[in-house]
Ligand binder design. Structure first.
Ligand code: BJW
Length: 237
């Protein structure tokens, strides 16, 4: 029986594409330089929208200059290869970048939203957005001024598509977490959910995550090497 796999990716998979991680043991992640409570909460946005929008403008510009790496391409290949064999890959990411899509993955579950989209706080319309976002921009849907925000999930907000992720975990045989520190919930709790549903679990990471002891298997190394190797083991070259 071909496997049914749920993969969760975090900032580590995009690190070699030049997008920073949030936390690392060397203290060089984004949240070591910037206070998340001043940049990634609804309260911070209400207090100082220019500051929050400038932070996301900078990250959007970085993203537009970045390219997917071998790990993103390998997961896109895995998705296709499993589908051909009657298996399934559900690809869930906590990342707000679009590097999985640019590597060829379709139907990626972005549980923390997408940087290249904006949402209107008034009418809730979500639109593609590649430019800087300003406090006087007009919502293309309802025409209101100053209501647009990045379509990302901040601390204290509810992540997206949790019901779809739970359904996928209940159907799967294997849960794999790639390049994520296990520090932020509810995603950090997926491995415990997977164990409760009887799945095998595997962590693929540069350094062991905070919740590493919950995984059946661990592979340590840079994603651009470990992921293509793992995919080749599963479906061949
Ligand atoms: C490599 C590599 C290479 C490096 N190859 N690997 C107390 C106070 C307030 C809140 C809470 C609290 N206690 C709990 C909470 C809840 C809170 C939370 O978990 N806080 C913790 C900090 C304690 N969570 C929330 O608020 C969430 N919402 C919520 O809980 O709603 C309630 C609810 C729950 C369930 C059902 C219904 C309702 C929302 C969380 C939103 C997180 N938002 C961010 C920002 C998104 C937008 C943006 O990007 O700006 O999401 S924070 C940031 O962290 C981002 C990430 O998705 C998230 C996780 O980071 P990730 O991906 O794990 O990255 P890192 O940097 O932590 O780790 C990188 C890893 O890569 C490391 O392991 C490296 O080893 C590895 N690596 N190079 C392979 N080359």
């Amino acid at each position: 029986m071909p496997p049914n796999i749920v993969v969760l990716t975090g900032a580590g998979i995009s690190a070699e594409s030049g997008l920073g991680t949030f936390r690392d043991r060397q203290g060089e992640g984004i949240w070591a330089k910037f206070d998340p409570m001043k940049l990634a909460t609804l309260e911070a946005f209400a207090r100082d929208p220019e500051l929050v929008l400038a932070f996301y403008d900078l990250r959007r510009r970085n993203l537009l200059g970045a390219e997917p790496n071998a790990a993103h391409f390998a997961l896109a290949q895995l998705k296709g290869a499993l589908a051909e064999r009657g298996g399934r890959l559900t690809l869930v990411t906590r990342n707000i970048d679009d590097l999985h899509e640019r590597a060829g993955s379709k139907r990626v579950i972005h549980m923390h939203g997408e940087l290249l989209k904006a949402r209107c706080s008034a009418c809730e319309a979500v639109r593609p957005w590649r430019d800087d976002l300003g406090v006087s921009d007009v919502c293309p849907h309802c025409g209101r001024v100053g209501t647009l925000r990045p379509q990302v999930v901040w601390f204290g907000e509810t992540p997206l598509e949790l019901d779809v992720i739970d359904w996928a975990l209940r159907q799967a045989d294997l849960f794999v977490a790639i390049g994520t520190s296990g520090a932020v919930y509810p995603a950090a709790g997926f491995v415990a959910e997977a164990c409760a549903y009887g799945l095998r679990t595997c962590e693929i990471n540069l350094e062991a995550a905070d919740n590493a002891q919950l995984f059946d298997e661990q592979r340590l190394g840079a994603a651009s090497k470990t992921i293509p190797n793992w995919v080749e083991e599963l479906v061949g070259p």
